[in-house]
Each structure stands twice: as C-alpha cells, then as structure tokens.
Design a protein around this ligand. Structure first.
Ligand code: NI
Length: 392
C-alpha cells in the first residue's frame, strides 16, 4: 500500500469521528457558525492557525515559501429531513448533510493533520479552504474569492473533491475540461387581467400565457443549441389561480437553466427574457405583461487539462489503475467552478458506494449514506495531490 494511503488509513477512527460529529450537527448554507468554530478548534489542536472568511468559512496555511497549492472542502448542509436511519443522524430537524459535505470537511481536516506532520519538508504553502454556502446562490466560493482567499499567497492550482455514491469505494473519477454546468435560476411573473371564467374575452388569461410560454421556451432552447453542446431548461414551479370559475390576475413560474457552454448560457438568458416578454405582450393576451428575473448562479466547472492529467497520474500512483476511472460530465452545478475561472484546478469524484451494494440513494436524497471506508482514501488523495504538486 502507498505510504500516504497507509498513513491516512491509520487515521480512520479520527476521520469517522470527525465526519459523524459534523453529520450530526448540519447547518444550512451561510449559517455554518458551529461548523466554522468546530473546524477552527480542530485545526488549532493540530497547531494550525486559521482565520474566518465569508463569515462562516475558514482558511489556513501549512508551510511557507513562494509556491502554493490550495485544497478546498465545502461545509454546508441541505434543507432535507434525514431519513437515513444511521445512529449518528442529524440532530437538527429538517437539515441534513445529504451531499457529503460532512465527509469533504472531515477529509480535509484529516489531510491537514497529516500535512502538518510533513510541514518541515514542504517546499511551499498548502492553503486549506473550508468553504461555506456551496448549495446556495451566489455560492460561498464567489464570496471567499472576493474576500481574498486566492491572494497572499496566490495558489498555482486548486484541488477539490466530491463524494460519488454511484461509484464504489476505492475508485476516483476524473474528467478533463467541462465537468459540470452553469446554473441560473429563472423567475417569471405573468400579469394578465382577472375575470369570470365564462367570459375570457373580458379578461387576459395568464394561465394560457404560462402554457404558451413553457412550450415556446422549450422550443427556444431545443432549436437554438448545437445538438453536440449541452443546455437544458427545466421549469419546475408554477403557481396561479384559486377557483374553477375565476381567471386569475397572475401566474408565477420558476426554473433552472443549465449549460456547459458559457457563451450559449449568456445568449440563452437574454433570449429567454426577450421571448417571455414577447409572449406576454402578444395580442392574444390584451395588455399582458411579463416580469422576468434571472438570478445568475455558478459558471460551468472546467477542469484544467494540465492539472487534471497531473492529478490523474498522481491518483494512479496512489490507488492503482484499476481504481482510477473516467467520470461522465453532469449537468449538476458546483461552485468550485468559480475557483477554476481564476486559477487552474481539478475537481474529482470519490467513490463512496459500499462494495456490497449495487445502488445507494443519490446525492440530495433523505436516505443518502456513504461508506466511511472511503474517508481515508479521500484524505490520502488530498495529501498526495498537495505533496506531489509542491515537489513537481
Ligand atoms: Ni455537494
């Protein structure tokens, strides 16, 4: 076994206990006050000074010198009521670590402990980033960057990882180039004019307006993206009306727009707004009007080719070729993307599916679980990336 893997494995009990404590005490995005204190206390026990950024995020440095490598973990939980049945389930009703950020945090703390032990032999600085608010726009990464997390020293590369319940424990997955999509939240308020359902000619019907809008926008997306590119619009909420005999005044809709292509994304947000206003102002709807409010989310997550080749080769040395696999890009969003738009970076997926299972509940599911035997593997991945990069 690779020495870094065995030294991480020796910390298995610590990693499990860190992860379970965080799992039991989940906090929502940008409200991670106790988690932030917990991280600072554990780092301080290791002799690592840290400071708070973005209100509930933590940044710390190990080593000194010109060169710098950053390692990032996200720390927030989701508004989900846990139903996993584990003994260490959430003690905060309605909030759950259902995306594995508890594991990400525990693994970065474990990596900090091992890296601190190597501090004297480091040929540079390792910057540890414990980032809040990954699950909520505008994303904690954008705030930490604004507050200087990538300055003094500026990392030459950033590495991050995410648990993957679809891959077995022991495996890691990489993709070069675009890995995840941009995420924009779109909101519409369609204004018509209420009236008797039996006299639609004296009203302006926002329900029919919504029906036209949805079909036209789906056509706009499907007819205006190169079929070899990725872009998807899903309208996911629609609210309007109160009785069978009343045409309502307004209908509200919202949804998400995702794309792997930054240029198309910019075009699509403008085109959707324009088309929405055109539909509402059509003579069909006599004075109808649309308020369209896009909330810009994360850019596409683009892994740098050079750092990804480096990370994959480093993982091969650590885990062996049978445990390093390609990862198929997903239309999920991930605010690690913000870092990759400033400095080269690589984000990989860490298999956490227990070997005896063929399927586990997915990310963001109330029954989500991970195999804790993956914790030392993710820890070793973080350690080995930082050490290998600084000595390259
Ligand atoms: Ni996540």
């Amino acid at each position: 076994m690779h020495p870094t893997l065995s030294s991480a494995k020796a910390h298995h009990d610590l990693l499990v206990s860190l992860r379970r404590t965080i799992h039991q005490n989940p906090e929502l995005s940008f409200q991670e006050h106790k988690t932030c204190k917990f991280i600072q206390a554990r780092l301080s026990e290791m002799g690592i000074a840290s400071r708070v950024l973005a209100n509930t995020g933590v940044v710390a440095h190990i080593g000194s010198g010109e060169r710098c490598v950053a390692l990032r973990a996200d720390i927030d939980a989701l508004p989900i009521h846990e139903e996993s049945g584990v003994a260490f389930a959430s003690q905060n009703p309605g909030v759950m670590h259902a995306c594995g950020h508890d594991a990400h945090t525990a693994m970065l703390l474990g990596a900090a402990k091992i890296l601190k032990e190597h501090e004297d032999s480091l040929s540079g600085v390792i910057k540890l980033i414990f980032q809040p608010g990954e699950e909520l726009s505008p994303g904690g990464a954008s705030i930490m960057i604004r507050e200087g997390v990538l300055d003094e020293p500026r990392p030459e590369v950033i590495f991050g990882q995410h648990v993957n319940p679809d891959a077995p424990t022991g495996n890691v997955g990489f993709v070069s180039g675009t890995m995840m999509a941009s995420t924009d939240e779109l909101n519409w308020v369609l204004h018509g004019k209420s009236g008797h359902a039996a006299q639609p000619h004296r009203a302006s019907d926002p329900i029919l307006m919504a029906a036209h809008l949805i079909t036209q926008l789906q056509a706009l997306v499907s007819r205006n993206i190169n079929p070899l590119e990725s872009g998807v619009l899903s309208i996911t909420t629609i609210h309007g009306g109160s009785a069978t005999n009343i045409i309502p005044d307004t209908v509200e809709l919202s949804g998400t727009l995702r794309s792997m292509n930054q240029e198309w994304r910019e075009w699509a947000v403008l085109a959707i707004g324009e088309q929405s206003r055109l539909v509402a102002s059509s003579p069909l709807f006599k004075g109808g009007r649309c308020e369209f409010t896009p909330v810009r989310g994360y850019p596409p997550l683009v892994n740098n080719d050079e750092t990804t080749t480096f990370a994959r080769e480093t993982a091969l040395t650590l885990l062996g070729k049978e445990h390093v696999e390609p990862f198929e890009p997903k239309m999920w969003g991930e605010d690690f993307a913000f870092y990759t738009h400033h400095i080269p970076g690589t984000f990989w997926m860490l298999g956490v599916r227990p070997p005896e299972l063929t399927e586990t509940p997915g990310l963001h599911n109330s029954k989500f679980i991970i195999d804790e035997n993956a914790l030392h593997i993710g820890t070793a991945m973080m350690v080995t990336m930082a050490l290998a990069r600084l000595s390259s």
